[in-house]
Design a protein around this ligand. Structure first.
Ligand SMILES: [Zn+2]
Length: 362
């Protein structure tokens, strides 16, 4: 029994050893598994951190791109700010604009400088770089749609300059007026009447152009009730003279003067509409601030000169001085020499009107 018991004890011992060995093996597996899990976990965590890093990196790149794109916008803002500058200066300088460097500079003539223009008042000769405003569609644009022109964006005042203007011709005094102007080397403006333009008066119109004067439209019939009956009636009357001036001189007029002035007792109901339409077409009209009074009853050579010399009040004011006379009036024509001499003695210059000249209007 003892030997048997000893054998049994050895078997138990062996079994126990085996069990212990099995336990050791399983412990190694568990440890290995844990290590594996730890390593995998570590890789996973590191990989995750890596993605996050990439994401931050790409976000940083986006920010850089946004900054790059923003730069051109900043330039645009700067440019538009520069373009706006003249507006500010306009207020500060009382209407005079200052062009910033780098922007196309419109030709600005000093106040005392003589304007120059050809007989039709062509702007290009008054200043080649003058900015022009094209015509826009007025309410009556369908009537004579080709009858339109361009006006300068900015008008100018010419101090100590007399703008002699002669209405109603060509007529009895036109030749004497032209001779006197030529003798003084003075340029003036003629607002002509279409019904007086024909082959017989064509040489006078040709002289006006050749000798550097401006021709503007006055009217065709000069009958207030007819021309101021409606906007359509005014356009029709204007159109006839407009085309006649072109037929006889080869140039279209850009300026005009209303018969009786822009505001008179015959056109109160329509003058606003006519002015709006003519402005939309690009034409410039001029009233006057000095009158010879040669259309009034009882005028004399002395009264014509005396009335004209009232215009000397504009000396050194910087304002445009526009004198009204009629070259159909021979008495008036005979006084042009005395009027020019008197203004010359006061240091005045003389110039023809052109659209660059700031209008005198009622
Ligand atoms: Zn008239």
């Amino acid at each position: 029994m003892g030997a048997e018991t000893g054998k049994k004890g050895k078997d138990v011992e062996k079994r126990t050893e085996k069990r212990v060995a099995k336990k050791k093996n399983s412990n190694i597996l568990v440890v290995f598994g844990l290590v594996l899990l730890f390593v995998l976990g570590l890789i996973f965590v590191l990989y995750g951190l890596g993605l996050e890093h990439v994401r931050i990196g790409s976000a940083g790149m986006n920010t850089a791109k946004q900054e790059e794109q923003a730069k051109p916008e900043d330039h645009l803002v700067t440019e538009s700010a520069v373009k706006d500058e003249p507006k500010t200066d306009e207020k500060a300088n009382g209407g005079k604009t200052t062009t910033p460097k780098g922007i196309e500079e419109p030709k600005q003539e000093p106040v005392d400088k003589k304007p120059t223009a050809d007989a039709s008042g062509t702007v290009s000769k008054a200043g080649e770089n003058v900015k022009l405003i094209g015509p826009s569609d007025g309410e009556y644009a369908s009537i004579y749609p080709e009858m339109k022109t361009s006006a300068p964006e900015e008008r100018q005042s010419f101090g100590n300059t007399l703008f002699l203007t002669f209405d109603d011709g060509p007529g009895a005094g036109t030749e004497q007026v032209l001779d006197t102007l030529k003798a003084h080397g003075v340029k003036a403006t003629f607002f002509v009447v279409g019904n007086r333009i024909g082959d017989d008066t064509a040489p006078l119109l040709k002289r006006m152009v050749d000798e550097g004067h401006t021709i503007g439209v006055h009217t065709t019939c000069h009958e207030y009730k007819t021309i101021y009956a409606s906007v359509e009636a005014y356009l029709e009357d204007f159109h006839t003279t407009y085309e006649k001036i072109h037929d006889y001189t080869g140039t279209y007029p850009q300026i005009f003067r209303f018969p009786g002035g822009s505001v008179n007792s015959f056109n109160k109901s329509v003058y606003r509409s006519i002015i709006a339409e003519m402005k939309a077409r690009g034409f410039t009209y001029y009233d006057w601030n000095i009158s010879t009074g040669d259309a009034s009853q009882g005028y004399t050579p002395e009264s014509i000169v005396a009335n004209s010399l009232k215009g000397l009040k504009y000396k050194d004011t910087g304002k445009n001085a526009i004198l009204l006379a009629h070259d159909t009036n021979v008495t008036s024509a005979a006084q042009v020499d005395a009027i020019i001499t008197a203004f010359e003695n006061e240091g005045f210059s003389f110039a023809p009107l052109s659209p660059i000249v700031k209008p005198v209007t009622f």
